[in-house]
Design a protein around this ligand. Structure first.
Ligand SMILES: [Zn+2]
Ligand SMILES: [Zn+2]
Length: 283
């Protein structure tokens, strides 16, 4: 059997659990989330096999197979309730009790809403208003919908890019991490989508938050214990995004190494930078 992208992520999380003790707790949580997501991706592939999701670029979120997704949601909430930290476990429990109308609202609010704004799940639990799902519910919907979005993205024909979009050319969500590879005698940078995991080529010196392209305003930092991960910062808008340098280790799996490199987030925040997109561990 071919190892899937989910297997690679889970294996990498296991490796990093022992390599980076500071990340062990987060990697344990991620491993369980990714194990659920792997199963949901496989279920999605089975359920949608034969249907032709011929949606054009940028329109991935126009389709939503609610009759397939909705029955899967309570199972996901039960799993999360068992192993998530309290700021996610309690909302998962609450949401589970709401039944199908609440589940549908959480899924649709996230899918059709502004996926660019996703605050940390430790925040604003009480600030829910009546009209939209509260941040922890958005968070749960995000984690749940990732494998479904990734399946839809994987079915797309290659996308022709116009310029260098700062959000995902397939689904419009923000990037979660950058990737550096060697190409010719230089290097190439790409960004990975926080929702559908699509990866697109990006300019090396360009801020995805504000469009800054003057080199003195852009800098990057790394730490000796995690040399293959760097923090790309913009001194114009004070935003940062991590990049995984695959020229330094080919073993890295960008979305997982991003989650594990917690000391770099602490460093960036101590220096006044705000993250472009909070990850699923809330860092
Ligand atoms: Zn995307
Ligand atoms: Zn900027």
């Amino acid at each position: 059997m071919i190892r899937s992208q989910w297997d690679r992520r889970i294996d990498r999380a296991t490796e990093l659990t022992s390599a980076y003790p500071f990340a062990a707790e987060g990697m344990h949580f991620y491993t369980r989330v990714a194990t659920f997501q792997r199963a949901l991706y496989a279920d999605t592939a089975r359920a949608l096999a034969g249907s032709s999701p011929a949606v054009s670029a940028g329109a991935l979120r126009e389709e939503l197979h609610l009759s397939f997704l909705l029955p899967k949601f309570p199972e996901f909430l039960s799993a999360i309730r068992q192993f998530a930290p309290a700021p996610l476990a309690h909302p998962a429990d609450r949401l589970r009790q709401q039944g199908p109308p609440g589940w549908q609202r959480a899924i649709e609010d996230f899918w059709y809403g502004d996926v660019e704004s996703l605050p940390g799940f430790g925040q604003a639990d009480e600030q829910a208003d009546e009209s939209s799902a509260a941040p922890p519910e958005r968070w749960l919907a995000w984690i749940f919908l990732q494998p479904y979005a990734e399946y839809l993205a994987d079915q797309r024909a290659p996308v022709t890019l116009h310029g260098t979009p700062s959000t995902c050319p397939l689904c419009g969500a923000k990037p979660i991490v950058g990737v550096l590879r060697s190409k010719g005698d230089g290097g190439e940078k790409s960004l990975v989508c926080m929702l559908c995991s699509h990866e697109w080529i990006f300019r090396r010196i360009y801020c995805p938050a504000c469009g800054e392209e003057r080199e003195p305003q852009m800098a990057f930092y790394s730490a000796p214990e995690i040399v293959h991960v760097r923090v790309d910062v913009c001194d114009t808008c004070h935003t940062y995004l991590k990049s995984i340098d695959l020229t330094k280790t080919g073993l890295a799996v960008p979305v997982v190494d991003e989650l594990a490199s917690i000391p770099l987030d602490l460093w960036a925040r101590e220096h006044g930078y705000e993250k472009l997109q909070i990850n699923l561990l809330g860092t």
